[in-house]
Design a protein around this ligand. Structure first.
Ligand SMILES: [Zn+2]
Length: 357
């Protein structure tokens, strides 16, 4: 048995020789143990190989994950930067939008001031050159009573189109709210432009009525515009002017005609030519017959004479266009007509100066 074992697998000796005075150490190692060591070493190598492969795979996976994480973080940072930038822009736009709204309010205030100076706030003369769409503007500018006179307006009122009031505002700190406000401003701007163009036309028309030499001084211009606004501009009756204002020769006598004569048939309704208060309604000697006198603002007064019938009483408030008498031939008159006078601070002036053609 022992011999067979020796033949098949002879042992060998492992000799360790130190480089000193010590004697060498020898190990007798059986071959079986060598195989075992080799097998263990092989197994260890295989295990190490597997470990290395797995480790590298894990490492690759980990670096990929790290890469993705970093990409994610950078994208997140990018997004955050974009969001911050957008928030900043929204904030700036919001501030701009707020300023625009304030400016619009200021423009409205200036327009109202101009209207007040020119007198358009009391007696608006809306030009027909307005598109039906702009009734909201006119509503804001002149009020519903004027629009009512202009005819039915299905779109009035539309306050949300007229101004962006704080109550109708969306949350301006959010982009959709801001977008909505900006859209409203975008709609409002052309309308405002049209409104101001209309106002410019109206102011131009009124300024054109003032004598050029009275336009240079702003205070005088304002007074003249107010005067024009308060002036009686309507015709008491529609007819031919048979006799003008001023000196005329009647029956070889020079005579100052303090008004104009408008030829009309009997019982034609005579209308107040401006808002005012009736200060006289009765028989006016020597020659005016049945007469009505109305006091207006800014020192204006109007006289309507030779009536057949007076329809108002002293103290009564009348509106421009209201029927105050009926035409006739009373007093010193050669035929039915209306004798119409305009006084300014007690002095008769030519009614034609203010009459609208
Ligand atoms: Zn007369």
């Amino acid at each position: 048995m022992a011999k067979k074992k020796r033949q098949g697998a002879p042992p060998f000796t492992l000799l360790i020789v130190p480089h000193t005075e010590y004697s060498p150490i020898s190990f007798r190692v059986p071959v079986g143990l060598l195989y075992l060591i080799l097998a263990l070493a092989m197994a260890g190598l295989v295990g190490l190989f597997v470990f290395v492969v797995k480790y590298r795979a894990l490492q690759a996976e980990l670096s990929e994950l790290r890469y993705q994480q970093q990409m994610g973080i950078s994208r997140q940072n990018e997004m955050r930067a974009i969001i911050l930038d957008q928030e900043d822009q929204v904030g700036k736009l919001s501030a701009q939008e707020e300023k625009l709204s304030r400016d619009l309010g200021e423009l409205d205030r200036i327009a109202a001031e101009v209207r007040r100076i020119v007198g358009l706030d009391r007696n608006p003369t809306p030009t027909p050159r307005v598109r039906p769409d702009s009734t909201a503007i006119l509503g804001a500018a002149f009020g519903p009573e004027v629009l009512g006179a202009m005819g039915p307006s299905p779109s009035w009122p539309r306050p949300e189109r007229v101004a962006i009031s704080p109550s109708t505002r969306g949350s301006r700190t959010t982009a959709p709210g801001l977008a909505q406000d900006l859209e409203e401003l975008g709609v409002l701007m052309p309308e405002k432009l049209q409104e101001f163009n209309l106002l410019r036309e109206q102011v131009g028309e009124r300024v054109a009525r003032v004598d050029p030499d009275k336009r240079s001084d702003p205070a005088e211009l304002e007074r003249q515009l107010r005067l024009y606004d308060a002036a009686p501009r309507l015709w008491p009756v529609r007819g031919i002017v048979t006799s003008g204002f001023g000196y005329r020769t009647l029956l070889e006598q020079r005579d100052f005609h303090e008004g104009i004569d408008i030829g009309v048939w009997w019982s034609t309704p005579v209308r107040a030519t401006q808002d005012g208060v009736v200060v006289f309604a009765g028989w006016q000697p020597p020659g005016l017959g049945w007469t009505v006198k109305i006091q207006h603002e800014m020192g204006f007064a109007t006289v309507y004479a030779h009536n057949s019938y007076n329809a108002v009483k002293v103290g009564q408030r009348v509106k421009a266009g209201q029927v105050i008498a009926y035409s006739g031939n009373s007093g010193k008159s050669t035929g039915p007509h209306v004798h119409y006078e305009v006084h300014l601070n007690g002095v008769p002036i030519d009614p034609m100066k203010y009459l609208e053609h």
